[in-house]
Write a protein that binds this ligand. Structure first.
Ligand code: ADP
Length: 159
């Protein structure tokens, strides 16, 4: 059983995240999406809300699970018998931080491989923060998030 984990803040999940999750889920037997609480980023949605949106957005993909952890990611990976971590790379600007994280994780757990994937071109400029700002100003982001996520964003930001 080849398992991979996909960690992130997912505040909220976008079609760019989903593009990476789908690609990784086809290459491995099981993908665990791991929601980090990430209080430093002052998330709009609680961990439970973020997990709920991910579950609803991935229900058609049978080999995806959704979890959260307060622990070191490599420890979570080992405890769940995962052999790899996947992260998305959009621009060169993502690279420096991701490179440092991957090297630190190799230092702590050399047996767990970090894999980077690029999303489809149409999602390359997407990030959750930009989408939240557009929704606040009543812009249309329907092509970038699942319908359920769009509804949750409008409820949270515009009601
Ligand atoms: P984090 O705070 O861990 O960066 P994010 O939720 O912002 O959490 O992102 C989680 C992962 O998904 C990261 O690897 C990020 O590069 C990737 N990602 C975010 N948005 C996109 C996108 N539009 N296309 C591809 N990957 C993405």
């Amino acid at each position: 059983m080849r398992k991979i984990i996909y960690p992130g803040t997912f505040d909220p999940i976008t079609n760019g995240h989903l593009d990476i999750a789908e690609r990784a889920s086809k290459l491995f037997d099981e993908l665990i999406i791991v929601v980090a609480s990430n209080p430093d980023k002052d998330p709009l949605f609680s961990v439970d809300e973020r997990m709920d949106m991910i579950k609803k957005s991935t229900h058609q993909l049978k080999n995806i699970q959704v979890e959260t952890t307060e622990r070191l990611l490599v420890d979570f990976a080992k405890d769940n018998s995962a052999m790899a971590i996947v992260r998305g790379l959009r621009h060169v600007s993502d690279f420096e931080y991701e490179f440092q994280m991957a090297m630190m994780n190799y230092h702590m757990a050399p047996e767990i491989t970090t894999i980077f994937m690029m999303p489809d071109e149409k999602y390359i400029h997407l990030n959750s923060s930009i989408l939240k700002n557009i929704v606040k100003l009543n812009g249309d982001i329907s092509e970038y998030v699942p319908t359920y996520v769009l509804d949750q964003l409008h409820t949270k930001l515009n009601s």
